[in-house]
Structures are given as C-alpha cells and as structure tokens.
Design a protein around this ligand. Sequence first.
Ligand code: SF4
Ligand code: SF4
Length: 411
Amino acid sequence: METRLADWIRDTDAGREADAILRSCVHCGFCNATCPTYQLLGDELDGPRGRIYQIKGVLEGAPATRTTQRHLDRCLTCRACETTCPSGVQYGRLLEIGREVVDARVARPLGERLARALLREGVSRRRLFAFGVGLARRLGPLLPARLRAKLGDRGRTGSAPTTRHARRVILLTSCSQDALLPSIDRAAVRVLDRLGVSAIVEPRAGCCGALSAHLSDPNGARAAARRNVDAWWGHVAAGAEALVMTASGCGVQVKDYGHLLAAEPAYAERAARIAALTRDLSEWLREHGRMPRHDLAAPVTVAFHAPCTLQHGQKLVGVVEPILEGLGARLVPVAGAHLCCGSAGSYSLLQPALASALRDAKLESLTAHAPSVILSANVGCIAHLGAAARIPVRHWIEWVEERLHADGRSG
Ligand code: SF4
Ligand code: SF4
C-alpha cells in the first residue's frame, strides 16, 4: 500500500522499518481468517488488516485515540496473521512500533498504568516474582479465583545431575516458569544429562525482556537483552554449543536480540551471535539429540498444544510431536491448532474476558478426542489452560523425562 509517513517519524529507524512493512501489505484481508480476535469480535478494527490501517493512520499524522489504543491492546501478538499472510508482512514488528507511538500519545487510566507497571516490574524480577508467587500460594483462598487457578501447584523438582560433561549448553530459566513450575527446567536438565550434555544456568541472566516488549517498554526490553548478552557471553566464548529454552515465549524474544541491539555497536555482534545460537529445546533435540524410540503396547493418548510463540513466532511446526510419538504418544487431532489459547504473555490478566473465551474454545478442541493429558511448550499456556482444564496440562519435556525414566533407557 502507498504511504506518506509524517515528518516526525519518516527518517527514523522505526519510521523506515514501519514504512517498508506497510508497503508490503496489499490489504487482501486473508489474515483476518486466522485472527482469533477478529473471529471472536467480528470487527475489522480488531483484525490484523484493520490494525495495520490504524497504525498507518497514526504514523501518517492522524491523532492517536483511546479507541486506537484499545484495538491495539486487544491484539494477542500471536502472529497467526504472519503465518497466513501471502505477502510476508511483518505484522509483529509493526505492532510494536504502533503500540509504542500510540502509548506515547494516549494516557492510560491510572488503574491500567498501575497494572501494567506491576506486571512489567513484578514478573520480570525473578526473586520478587518468586516471593510474590510463594506469598500468593499461602494466601490461597483470599485471592480472586482467576488468579488462584493460575498459580497451580509448584510440583516436585527432583534432583539435579552432578556429572559434568564436555558438551555444554546454556539454559535460560524463564522468570515466571522458575517460580510457577520449576520442575520443567529441572526435567530438561536431566534429559540433557542423559544425552551427555550439561546445562549451564547462569545466575546473572534474568528476564528475556518479552514482557517489557509486549507492554510498550522497548528500553526495558533492550536493557534485559544487554544484561543477558553480558551474562552469557563468557559461556559462549568458552564453547557452549547453544542457548536452549523450554519456554517458547522466551525463545522467540532471545532470537530477536540481534535485531533489538543492532544499532548498538558495543552489543550488535554479540547479540546476533547469541540469537543465532538460540534454540527451543525441541529444535535442539532434533538437531543434536538421540531421543530413543519406545514402542509401547498401550500408547498414551496425548493432545499437543503448540504455543503461538513456537509455531508462529519461531516457525517451529511439527518438531515436538515426533519426539512424543517416539516415546509412545498417540497424538489426537486438534481443530484450530493455529489459534491462540488466550494466554499471550500478560494478555490473560489484562484482557480476561477475551482470554477466557479463547481458552474455552481451545480446551474444547484439545479435549474433543478424549486425550489423557495435554502437553505444551510454554509456561504461560500451561498455567492458563491448566487453570480450567479437567485433565492434566504439562510441559512436554516433563512427560518425555517420565517416559525415559519408565523405560530405563538413556538413548
Ligand atoms: S497483512 Fe498480509 S494477509 Fe493481511 S491484508 Fe496485508 S497482505 Fe493481506
Ligand atoms: S497477532 Fe494475532 S490477534 Fe493480533 S492481529 Fe495478528 S492474528 Fe490477530
């Protein structure tokens, strides 16, 4: 489409990037067909094409309004529209730019500002969040049911391996996952150990910055990226093979570090190298692992929920499933597998009505063929779905570890 960006943004990095993205859109509207908010609300302004038009208008000088802000807020950042778009429009990047510009011009009500600041600062500070989760679990019955259900059970973490292998990967432990479900990363460390690889958890690394990026705080996202690049670089220089994650929401953010710090000479090269080394754990296993096959007499019926950050953000489709099938899972078909479950980072807390509607629809399709367990690849989806599901919702690596343990083989 043709563009005439306003003087105040045209010659900036963000302006040039937004202009190129806008020009690649041919406004065909195919993306609306796979947009969860358009499907739910039926309003063009709550679909990708309508949001692109609204961002274009603001960047061309139209006033940003509270209504524009609301339509952009309702976007899940799921990026299903990117997967569908035949023209390769980078909607996610455009949305980040649009949200930043709109939020700089439209003041939010005090309650919203407080909620967003609390999420940004509270969840991304690992110790503070862990303390808050511990306190909330003790307060249990006093909390709103919606929040209580999300906290779930901490679960048993089990022991950490003591063997040091020559092969090493760095493991980023997600800040929310570490507090909510620490058993996930512990299982990952043990599976890697079985495969003869040690996982390094660098204590100076912190939040990947995804939450800041989603809440229109690009400076916070860049600061998180710089801190993590500094923390991990020594391990990369010492020969760590990869940077591995079990939370696909973190993976998609760290894979973007090269882009995020491209304009900072002191960091650009290292950030690009870190991004290139980043792998979802399933991706790493596909490339390097030796996962055993295990033909069971009675396969376990499993529904796999592919998080948006895995299938649309990282474009990893059909990578986890063969690992599960190799260990005796019989995967059931899931209708609308491309659609978001409504978790979407902080979305389920900031847009609870839409998030609940999406979760109900997702659980219906996940359980339509009576699986005994739902497996997924991101802590946010697991907590969100688990809060309303009638069957267990778990991370796939925990299930894999249990199968390996039951089988007694190391691959
Ligand atoms: S984003 Fe892609 S699918 Fe959507 S209107 Fe533009 S070109 Fe068409
Ligand atoms: S990111 Fe998801 S919710 Fe947002 S416009 Fe695209 S498909 Fe719709």
